[in-house]
Design a protein. Structure first.
Length: 380
């Protein structure tokens, strides 16, 4: 049960975007605000996550790992449920920011706890399964949102009640374990070498771009489905759910794919993710759009898991928390700034096709960056 509960911590890590299917109705409700301001309600939790990750070192001196996770789950449940009862834009804005802060308290720990407690093949499998748990959670919550939209957009936020069940499971099945650190290990834990810092930052940049593009899909797919005549908001919710559920397959596939492609996996997965953007751009019907979304969802999950596995495999356990924070900061910057990136792109690119084509070319550059990183590691 301990492994299952540790994986369950990742169940709601990207739940802030699960309610994106309610955007069309939210835009109608908040008519006095422009589209980008309403879209910001979906992505603003990323700023809260970012703030918590920056402050992780300070918070760790005050709260134990267990207390951080408990506090995070309480914040997710309380702040996540606010829109169900209050429909004021700014109150929802601040509650969503609080939701992000709660997620941020859990975020780094949900990954580093695996790297610290498991080694070798078991660690690779757990990281793959963690990725599956993340996307399964997001997919199931997105599916719930699609069903709850029948009762209005505000009811879609009731999904955050699941944080209470995760909290109970964590308290019951994950025992507290204090890591014993020697003076040497404490020093190693807080100091990265110049190469380790550069390595972590490059992975953070790659993660930032990939998350930004995947977030853009979540934000624009509902309107793309409706405006193109492919279906309704419920159709978009089902496509987004399928896109995320494919992450289950990617999680179970990660270990064998890693054994097959090893250090080339991140490069290959990024190229395939670029291909997914191309297919989204040229989609002419609901079925082709769904297949393109499935390809994007599968390769997106592989990319992220490959990033965290590359970090765990190359860096000592003592500094893994700090390095993980760098990459997670990149992830959340990508999610937070995605609406602003889309707004800028709207000025120059008039259609969904042009936007996704642009994403495809950007990912080719990211694939080149991943290939360069892999080549330099090999040369050392």
């Amino acid at each position: 049960m301990e492994k299952g509960t540790i994986l369950l911590l990742s169940f709601m890590l990207i739940s802030s975007f699960s309610v994106s299917s309610s955007l069309p109705e939210m835009k109608e409700f908040f008519q006095t605000y422009n589209a980008s301001q309403v879209e910001l309600l979906i992505s603003v939790p990323s700023f809260g996550v970012l703030g918590m990750l920056v402050l992780t070192g300070m918070i760790e001196r005050i709260l134990s790992e267990r207390k951080m996770i408990i506090a995070g789950l309480i914040l997710v449940a309380f702040c996540g449920l606010v829109p169900v009862f209050i429909q004021d834009y700014w109150l929802i804005f601040w509650s969503r920011l609080g939701l992000g802060m709660g997620t941020g308290l859990i975020n780094a720990k949900a990954i580093s706890i695996i790297s610290e407690r498991y080694q070798g093949k078991e660690r690779v499998q757990m990281l793959g399964l963690r990725g599956s748990a993340e996307v399964v959670g997001s997919a199931l919550l997105t599916l719930c949102v699609g069903l709850l939209l029948t009762y209005g957009w505000r009811m879609s936020f009731i999904i955050y009640i699941f944080a209470i069940f995760i909290l109970v499971a964590f308290l019951l099945f994950v025992p507290y374990k204090k890591r014993e650190l020697t003076k040497g290990s404490r020093k190693e834990r807080t100091h990265l070498t110049s190469w380790q810092t550069k390595y972590s930052l490059v992975l953070a940049v790659i993660a930032c771009v990939i998350i930004c593009i995947n977030t853009a899909i979540s934000l624009r797919l509902p309107n793309m489905v409706i405006d193109s005549g492919f279906g309704t908001a419920k159709t978009a919710s089902l496509i987004l759910s399928a896109m995320q559920l494919i992450g289950i397959l990617s999680g179970f596939s990660f270990a064998p794919l890693f054994q097959q492609f090893k250090k080339n996996l991140l490069f290959i997965a990024t190229l395939a993710f670029a291909l997914g953007q191309l297919f989204l751009a040229i989609s002419m019907n609901t079925w082709f759009l769904t297949l393109a979304a499935l390809l994007a969802g599968f390769t997106y999950s592989i990319c992220l898991t490959a990033i965290f596995n590359a970090m765990s495999g190359r860096l000592p356990a003592g500094i893994l928390n700090k390095a993980t924070s760098y990459v997670l900061i990149g992830c959340n910057l990508g999610g937070a700034f995605s609406p602003f990136v889309l707004r800028v792109m709207d000025w120059f690119l008039p259609s969904f096709t042009a936007i996704f084509l642009c994403f495809s070319f950007v990912l080719l550059w990211v694939a080149g960056l991943a290939f360069t990183l892999k080549s330099r590691i090999k040369g050392e």
